[in-house]
Design a binder for this molecule. Structure first.
Ligand code: PEP
Ligand code: MG
Length: 906
C-alpha cells in the first residue's frame, strides 16, 4: 500500500496582502521571511516574493547544490510565476521585465553578516524593457552596473584581495571619473554607465575566467547558492560565535520583487525606527535618501536626511547646519513628501502595536508609491532596552512578565559602565563633532584598521566607514568613530547591538589609511594618540578624559523593583570590604554571601603580622602574631556589618595556601628576616617548606583551621566581637561563619566545635550574645556526596562552584587559560565552565548536594557564591534546584536580580 506522507513545502509565498507563512515561523522562514509574511498578512504593502526555508539550507549543506536545486526547482518556478502575476511583469523579459532581490535571513537578525543581491534578472535583453518601462535610460544602466558589481562580488567572489587593495569595480569607476574629470557618481552620462557595464563584464571574465551570466535563471540559482554558502562564511561564523548562535540554524533565502528608490526625484529609500534605539525615547525616527537604493543609506557614502521634521532639526543642530541650508539641501521626508510620510507613520504605528516592540523598518518609495521592505525588532543599547521595556509596560502594550522576560540581563552591564566626569568633560578639548550613534564614554588610542584593534589595551577604531569585515575589531575596540555615515550606518547599527560607544559621520575627520593619520583642520593625530569619544553627544575629544560611575535611577530602578516582585531567590553579594559592600547595597544586594577574609591580610600593615604568624615555629609564637591581627580583622568586620545594615553577612574563614603570603624574592625575604630578627636562612627554609606542588589541592581551606585551630579561634573572636559592637550601636547583625573546602564530616564538625567554644568565651567575656550560624561551603565533590551527613551539624550550605568546577573537571583554575580557549575554539566545550555553570556535570553534584542536605534538614538554607552566581543561565539553574539565594560580585547584582526574576517566571 502506498503511504501518503505530506511533503513539507520548501517555498512559502507572500505578497498582495496574503501569505503562506506567519510570524511564529521564524525557525523555518528566518526572521525576515516570517516578518515579510506577517506584514503581508496584516495589510502592509510589501513587494511580493517567497522564502526558501532554513531546512533547505540544512539539506544544501548536507547534499550539496545540485541535488537541492533540482528538488526545489518546480516550487521556485511556480513562486516566480505568482510574483510575475502580481507585479504584471516577466522574469527576464525584454519588454516588461521583472527584477528581483535575493537576500539571506536567519532566525535572528545578523546585520551585514550574510550576502544580498539586488536587481537580479537584468541582462542585455531585459535592460531594454526597463528603459522602455521607466523611460529612464540612465536609471536602467545605473541599475545594471550596480547589479554586475554586487553579483560579481557576492556570487562570483570578485573582491579586493588584500586590505590595501582597491575594489576592482571601484578602481574602474575612479579611473573613469578621472578621465571624465568628475567626482560624483551622479555626474556619469548614460554612455559612461554603458561603458562601465562592458568594462565590468570584461574584468569579470579576466579575473574569474567565466563570463558574467546572462540567463536570469542562472543568475537566480547562483544567488540562492551564494546565500546558503554565506551561512558558512567567516563573517557569519564569527557573528554566530560572538552571540552563541548554533551552526545548525541555517539561513533562509528571501526572493522578492525589486522596487526602486532610484527612479527619480519621486523615489527614495530609507530606514526607520519606531523608537530611539540609542536612548529608548518614544520618538519615530530614521533616515532616507531621495533617488537612491537601500545600500546608499547604510553605506554612508551620501549624507542621509532625517525622516521627521523634529529629527531633522536635531540633526542640523549637531551637524552645525543652518536652518536655511537644512531646508534647502536636507529637508525631512515629513516636509518633502507629507502624504508618504503620513502613510509611513501609520504603518510604523501599526507594526509596533502588532509586534508589541520597537521596530526597525526599511522602506522604499517608487515613483510615489510606498513599499515596506522589512520590519524586525530593533537592536538597541542596554539603556534603550530598559526604557523601551518599561515604557511599553506603562503604555499597556505588554504585561509585567513580558517586560521582564525581554530584558537581556547581561546587557544591563552597559548601564553600569562609567560615564564621563562632567568637570573633566568641560575642560576637554573637542576635536570634532559627529552623530551620537551609540551612547557611552570611551577613551583609547587611535587605530585605523579593525584587525589591529588589539594593538593597544584600550583602542578607539577610527574609520572612514565600517563594513561587516570589521565586526571582530569593533568588538575588541573600546569605541568606534567613523567619518562618514548616519545613525543607521553599519557602524552605528552594529555598535548599538554590541552596546559599544560610537560616534558616526564626523565629517571633519580626514583619515589617511596610508600614513595612518587623522587630520582635523590643521591638527594631525597619529595612530596611538589618545582620544575620548562621547557616544551620547557625538563629541570627539582630545586625550584621556576622566570617567565616573553612573547613577541608576528612573526606568532602571523601576525594572529592579519589578524584578524583586517576581524573584523568589535572594541576591547577595561577594564583598570583602565595606566599600564593596556599599556598592552592592546600592545595587540592591540583600546580604553578603561571601566575604573572603584573606584579602584583608594582603594590605601592607597586615602582611607583616600575617608572615610572622606563618613563620612562627610554636603555637605560642603563632598566637602572638594572631593577637596583632585580631583588632584589624575586628575592625574590618565592623565596617562590613555596618554597611549591610541588618542583612546577613557570611564570613568565610581563611582559605588560601599559606605560601601565597610569604615573600618569594630575595630582597623581600631579606627585609622580612631583618624585621622579624631571624636569619635569612630561616626565612628561606620556611618558604621552601611551604612550597607545594599543587597548592590548590594542598594546605588550604579548612585544612588550615584544622591544623592551626588558633586561626579559626582568632577569626571567630574577631567576627563575634565585631558583631556585638555593632549590635551595641543599635543595628541588627546576622553573622554567618562559613568553613571552606570541607570534604569530610569531621573536618566540619571539629571546626564548628572550635567556633562554638570561642563564641561562648566571647559572649561570657562581653556579657552579651548575638545569634550566629555556622555553615560550610560545598566546593569539593566529596562534600556534595555526603551532604546529608554534613547537614546534621551545618546551618547552611554555600556552593563554591569555582573550586567545585576545578575539582570536578580536574581543570586547574590557575592554568586552564592555556587550553580552554582552544577547547572553545574546537567546540570540545561550548562554554568556559568557570564562567557558565556546567549543568550537565557539575550541576549534578550541585543538585545532589542540595537534595541530600535538605533530606536531613528540610529548611536548610542553600546558596551559591562561586562566579556563576551572577551568570544568568547559571542563576536559572540555581532556581531550578531550589536554592534560597545567589551571591555575586557587586557589579553583577542588578544582572542577577533580573535573572532571578526571569528564572522564577519561567
Ligand atoms: C569557590 O570556590 O567557588 C569560591 C567562591 O571560593 P574561592 O573562589 O574563594 O575559592
Ligand atoms: Mg573556593
Amino acid at each position: 500500500m502506498e503511504t501518503l506522507i505530506e511533503k513539507q513545502p520548501s517555498v512559502y509565498a507572500f505578497g498582495n496582502k496574503k501569505a503562506d507563512g506567519r510570524r511564529d515561523m521564524k525557525n523555518l522562514l528566518g526572521g525576515k521571511g516570517a516578518n515579510l509574511a506577517e506584514m503581508s498578512r496584516i495589510g502592509i504593502p510589501v513587494p511580493p516574493g517567497f522564502t526558501i526555508t532554513t531546512e533547505v539550507c540544512a539539506q544544501y549543506n548536507e547534499e550539496g547544490k545540485e541535488s537541492v536545486i533540482n528538488r526545489i526547482e518546480p516550487e521556485v518556478r511556480d513562486a516566480i510565476t505568482t510574483i510575475e502575476e502580481t507585479m504584471g511583469a516577466i522574469f527576464g523579459d525584454d519588454e516588461n521585465p521583472l527584477l528581483i532581490s535575493v537576500r539571506s535571513g536567519a532566525r535572528v537578525s545578523m546585520p551585514g553578516m550574510m550576502d544580498t543581491v539586488l536587481n537580479l534578472g537584468l541582462n542585455d535583453e531585459s535592460i531594454k524593457g526597463i528603459i522602455k518601462m521607466t523611460g529612464n535610460e540612465r536609471f536602467a544602466w545605473d541599475s545594471y552596473r550596480r547589479f554586475i558589481q554586487m553579483y560579481s562580488s557576492v556570487v562570483m567572489g570578485l573582491k579586493p584581495e588584500s586590505k590595501d587593495d582597491l575594489d576592482p569595480f571601484e578602481e574602474i569607476i575612479d579611473h573613469l571619473k578621472d578621465k571624465r574629470r568628475i567626482d560624483q557618481d551622479t555626474q556619469f552620462t548614460v554612455q559612461d554607465l554603458q561603458d562601465l557595464v562592458y568594462d565590468f563584464k570584461d574584468i569579470v571574465q579576466k579575473r574569474t575566467g567565466k563570463p558574467f551570466p546572462n540567463n536570469p535563471w542562472d543568475q537566480l540559482w547562483g544567488a540562492i547558492a551564494a546565500v546558503f554558502d554565506s551561512w558558512n562564511g567567516d563573517r557569519a561564523i564569527y557573528y554566530r560565535k560572538m552571540n552563541g548562535y548554533p551552526e545548525d540554524w541555517g539561513t533562509a533565502v528571501n526572493v522578492q520583487a525589486m522596487v526602486f528608490g532610484n527612479m527619480g526625484d519621486d523615489s527614495g529609500t530609507g530606514v526607520c525606527f519606531t523608537r530611539d534605539a540609542g536612548t529608548g525615547e518614544n520618538v519615530f525616527n530614521g533616515e532616507y535618501l531621495i533617488n537612491a537604493q537601500g545600500e546608499d543609506v547604510v553605506a554612508g557614502v551620501r549624507t542621509p536626511q532625517q525622516i521627521t521634521f523634529l529629527g531633522s532639526q536635531r540633526w542640523a543642530k549637531l551637524a552645525q547646519v543652518e536652518e536655511e541650508e537644512r531646508k534647502e539641501s536636507y529637508p525631512s521626508l515629513e516636509e518633502l513628501m507629507p502624504d508618504i510620510y503620513k502613510e509611513l507613520f501609520e504603518y510604523q504605528n501599526k507594526l509596533e502595536t502588532h509586534y508589541q516592540d520597537m521596530q526597525d523598518m526599511e522602506f522604499t518609495i517608487q515613483q510615489g508609491k510606498l513599499w515596506i521592505l522589512q520590519t524586525r525588532n530593533g537592536k538597541r543599547t542596554g539603556a534603550a532596552m530598559v526604557k523601551i521595556g518599561m515604557d511599553l509596560l506603562k503604555e499597556g502594550l505588554i504585561d509585567e512578565k513580558t517586560a521582564l522576560m525581554r530584558i537581556e540581563p547581561n546587557k544591563l552591564n552597559e548601564l553600569l559602565h562609567p560615564i564621563f566626569d562632567l568637570d573633566a568633560l568641560q575642560e576637554a578639548n573637542v576635536i570634532a563633532q559627529g552623530l551620537p550613534a551609540s551612547p557611552g564614554a570611551a577613551t583609547g588610542q587611535i587605530v585605523f584598521f579593525a584587525d589591529e584593534a588589539d594593538k593597544f589595551k584600550y583602542s578607539i577604531l577610527v574609520r572612514v566607514e565600517t563594513s561587516p569585515e570589521d565586526v571582530e575589531g569593533m568588538n575588541i575596540a573600546r569605541g568606534i568613530v567613523t567619518a562618514r555615515g548616519g545613525m543607521t550606518s553599519h557602524a552605528a547599527v552594529v555598535a548599538r547591538g554590541m552596546g559599544k560607544c560610537c560616534v558616526s559621520g564626523a565629517g571633519a575627520l580626514k583619515i589617511n589609511y596610508k600614513t595612518r593619520t587623522l587630520k582635523v583642520g590643521d591638527h594631525e593625530y597619529h595612530e596611538g594618540d589618545w582620544i575620548s569619544i562621547n557616544g551620547s553627544t557625538g563629541n570627539i575629544l582630545e586625550g584621556k578624559v576622566a570617567t565616573k560611575e553612573p547613577v541608576l535611577s528612573g526606568e532602571f530602578a523601576e525594572l529592579m523593583e519589578l524584578s524583586d516582585n517576581y524573584a523568589t531567590m535572594e541576591v547577595r553579594t561577594n564583598a570583602d570590604t565595606p566599600k564593596d559592600a556599599l556598592i552592592a547595597r546600592n545595587f540592591g544586594a540583600k546580604g553578603i554571601g561571601l566575604t573572603r577574609t584573606e584579602h584583608m591580610f594582603f594590605e601592607v600593615d597586615r602582611i607583616k603580622a600575617m608572615r610572622e604568624m606563618i613563620l612562627a615555629d610554636t603555637i605560642k609564637g603563632r598566637k602572638q602574631a594572631l593577637k596583632e591581627l585580631l583588632p584589624m580583622q575586628r575592625n574590618d568586620f565592623e565596617g562590613i556589618f555596618r554597611a549591610m545594615e541588618g542583612h546577613p553577612v557570611t564570613v568565610r574563614l581563611l582559605d588560601p595556601p599559606l605560601h601565597e603570603f610569604v615573600p618569594h624574592q630575595l630582597a623581600t625575604q631579606k627585609e622580612l628576616a631583618e624585621e622579624l630578627h631571624i636569619s635569612l636562612a630561616a626565612v628561606k627554609g620556611k618558604v621552601a617548606e611551604l612550597e607545594e606542588f599543587n597548592p590548590m589541592m594542598g594546605h588550604r581551606g579548612c585544612r588550615l583551621g584544622n591544623t592551626y585551630p588558633e586561626i579559626t579561634e582568632m577569626q571567630t573572636q574577631a567576627i563575634l566581637e565585631a558583631a556585638l559592637k555593632v549590635k551595641k550601636e543599635g543595628l541588627t547583625v546576622k553573622p554567618e561563619i562559613m568553613v571552606p573546602l570541607v570534604g569530610t564530616v569531621e573536618e566540619f564538625n571539629q571546626q564548628k566545635a572550635i567556633i562554638d567554644a570561642m563564641a561562648q568565651e566571647v559572649f561570657k567575656k562581653r556579657k552579651d550574645t548575638v545569634e550566629y550560624s555556622v555553615g560550610t561551603m560545598m566546593e569539593t565533590p566529596r562534600a556534595t556526596l555526603i551532604a546529608d551527613k554534613i547537614a546534621e551539624n551545618a546551618d547552611f550550605f554555600s556552593f563554591g562552584t569555582n573550586d567545585l568546577t576545578q575539582m570536578t573537571f580536574g581543570y586547574s583554575r590557575d592554568d586552564s587559560g592555556k587550553f580552554l580557549p582552544i577547547y572553545l575554539e574546537k567546540g570540545i566545550l561550548k562554554h568556559d565552565p568557570f564562567e557558565v555553570l556546567d549543568q550537565e556535570g557539575v550541576g549534578q553534584l550541585v543538585e545532589m548536594g542540595t537534595q541530600l542536605g535538605r533530606k536531613t534538614k528540610s529548611d536548610l538554607k542553600i546558596g551559591i557564591c562561586g562566579e556563576h552566581g551572577g551568570e544568568p543561565n547559571s542563576v536559572a539553574f540555581c532556581q531550578k534546584v531550589g536554592m534560597n539565594y545567589v551571591s555575586c560580585s557587586p557589579f553583577r547584582v542588578p544582572i542577577a536580580r533580573v535573572a532571578a526574576a526571569q528564572a522564577a517566571i519561567s
